[in-house]
Design a protein around this ligand. Structure first.
Ligand SMILES: C[S@@+](CC[C@H](N)C(=O)[O-])C[C@H]1O[C@@H](n2cnc3c(N)ncnc32)[C@H](O)[C@@H]1O
Length: 368
C-alpha cells in the first residue's frame, strides 16, 4: 500500500512538473481544436484523474460537505431514479463524441449513475474557495444569487419591458442551477431545464418531486433542441456548460438558443473567466491542474471569445460582467426584427464590469 502511494506520488510530481512546462502547454493548445482532447491530455488524465478526484473530494469534506452521506442519501432512491430514467430518456439520442470523453474523473463522463449521485455534493463544493471563511451553503447561495441578480439587472437596464414568463436552463445537470432560477423568477409560468445526460435528468426530476418544485426537465442535446418551438422563451441561461464544449458545439448551441428565444429575449452564459483561470490569477497551481486534468475541452475554451461569438450570431448589446472571483456572465438580446428601430445597438461597454451583489462585496473586490 505504502509503495503504491509512493509510486503514485512520484508519478504525480513528474507529470505535474511536465504539465506546468510551457512548451508542453503550447503543444496541448495546438492540438486541441478537434472534438476530442489531445493524446497527451488523455495520457495524463488517464493516470492522474483519481488523484485529482480524491483531491476534490477531500477538499469538499474538509470544508464540511458530507460527500459520502449525500451520495448514500441519494442512493436510497435508486429504484425511483431508474423509473425516472426509463420514462424520460430519449432512446434515439446520439451522443456527440466530445460528450463521451472521460469528464470529472469518470471514465464515462456524465453518462453514469455515480456522476448523478455525486452531483449535489460536487455542485455544493464549487464555490467553497471563492470566499474566505464562509460555509459551502453560503458560497453556493452567493454564487447563484449573483447570477440571478446580474440577469435581472441586465434586463432592467436593457430591456425593461421583457416579461419573464418562460425560462430555460440549458445544461441543467441535476437541477440545482434551475432551482435557483425558479426561486428568483417567481413570476415565471414555466421554468424548465434540459441536459444531455439522462442520469442527470432523472436526478433533477427526483429533486423536483422531493422539494415540490414545478420545474420540467428534458433529456436533449442543446445543439438540436427538437420539439422546442422557435420563439418560446424570454430567458435562456447556460450555467457552466460552455467550458465543457468544443468550438463547433458552442456555436451550434448559441444559434439554437437564438432560435428558441423570443425576439427581445435574453441569453445569459455563466462560466469561468478564461483569463482569470488560465493566467492563474486566483487559483493555486495545484487546483488549476487538478481541474484541467478532468476537463477535456478546457484549452479550447480558454482561447474562445464568447462576446464575439454572441455578436456574430445576432445577439445585441452583448455585455460581459464579472459575477464572482472566478466566473463571468456574458449577456445579450435577441434581435427583435419587428421593433428593430428601438433595438439596442452594439454594446459600448467593451470592458468587463464587476457586479457582485453578495454580502462579502469588499472581500470580493480584493480578489478581483
Ligand atoms: C458543469 S455542468 C453544469 C451544471 C449546472 N448547470 C450548474 O450550474 O450546476 C455542465 C452540464 O452541461 C451538460 N451538457 C454538456 N453538453 C451538453 C449538450 N450538448 N446538451 C445539453 N447538455 C449538455 C452536461 O451534461 C452537464 O450536466
Amino acid at each position: 500500500m505504502l509503495t503504491h502511494i509512493a509510486i503514485s506520488f512520484i508519478f504525480f510530481n513528474i507529470c505535474y512538473g511536465f504539465f506546468n512546462n510551457n512548451i508542453l502547454k503550447r503543444n496541448i493548445f495546438k492540438m486541441s481544436s478537434s472534438d476530442n482532447p489531445p493524446e497527451l491530455w488523455k495520457l495524463l488524465s488517464r493516470n492522474l484523474k483519481n488523484t485529482a478526484r480524491d483531491w476534490f473530494i477531500n477538499r469538499a469534506e474538509r470544508v464540511g460537505i458530507d460527500w459520502n452521506g449525500l451520495v448514500l442519501e441519494n442512493k436510497k432512491d435508486m429504484q425511483k431514479l431508474k423509473e425516472l430514467y426509463n420514462s424520460s430518456s430519449d432512446p434515439n439520442m446520439i451522443y456527440p463524441s466530445y460528450y463521451t470523453q472521460p469528464f470529472h474523473g469518470y471514465d464515462t463522463g456524465n453518462l453514469n449513475w455515480d456522476a448523478a449521485l455525486e452531483g449535489e455534493a460536487a455542485t455544493l463544493s464549487m464555490a467553497v474557495n471563492y470566499w474566505k471563511e464562509a460555509n459551502p451553503v453560503k458560497t453556493q447561495d452567493w454564487l447563484r444569487y449573483n447570477v440571478t441578480n446580474n440577469i435581472k439587472n441586465y434586463i432592467h437596464e436593457n430591456t425593461p419591458h421583457l416579461e419573464t414568463n418562460n425560462i430555460l436552463d440549458v445544461g441543467c445537470s441535476v437541477g440545482i442551477s434551475t432551482e435557483f432560477l425558479y426561486k428568483t423568477f417567481r413570476e415565471a409560468e414555466n421554468v424548465n431545464g434540459l441536459d444531455l445526460s439522462p442520469f442527470f435528468v432523472a436526478m433533477a426530476k427526483l429533486r423536483a418531486e422531493k422539494f415540490d418544485f414545478p420545474i420540467k426537465y428534458f433529456h436533449k442535446n442543446a445543439e438540436v433542441m427538437n420539439n422546442i418551438h422557435d420563439n418560446s422563451y424570454e430567458v435562456v441561461v447556460c450555467n457552466f456548460i460552455f467550458h465543457e464544449l468544443p468550438e463547433q458545439a458552442t456555436i451550434n448551441i448559441i444559434k439554437e438558443v437564438n432560435r428558441i428565444l423570443k425576439p427581445g429575449g435574453i441569453i445569459a452564459i455563466v462560466d469561468l473567466n478564461p483569463k482569470v483561470v488560465n493566467d492563474n490569477l486566483l487559483l493555486s497551481k495545484f487546483r488549476k491542474w487538478a481541474f484541467e486534468v478532468t476537463e477535456p475541452h478546457i484549452y479550447g475554451y480558454y482561447k474562445r471569445d464568447l462576446k464575439k461569438l454572441l455578436e456574430d450570431n445576432l445577439f445585441l448589446n452583448v455585455q460581459t460582467t464579472r459575477n464572482d472571483p472566478i466566473n463571468t456572465i456574458w449577456m445579450g438580446i435577441k434581435l427583435d426584427t419587428v421593433l428593430s428601430i428601438d433595438q439596442p445597438k452594439k454594446s459600448e461597454k467593451n470592458e468587463e464590469t464587476i457586479n457582485i451583489y453578495s454580502p462579502q462585496r469588499k472581500m470580493l473586490m480584493d480578489y478581483a
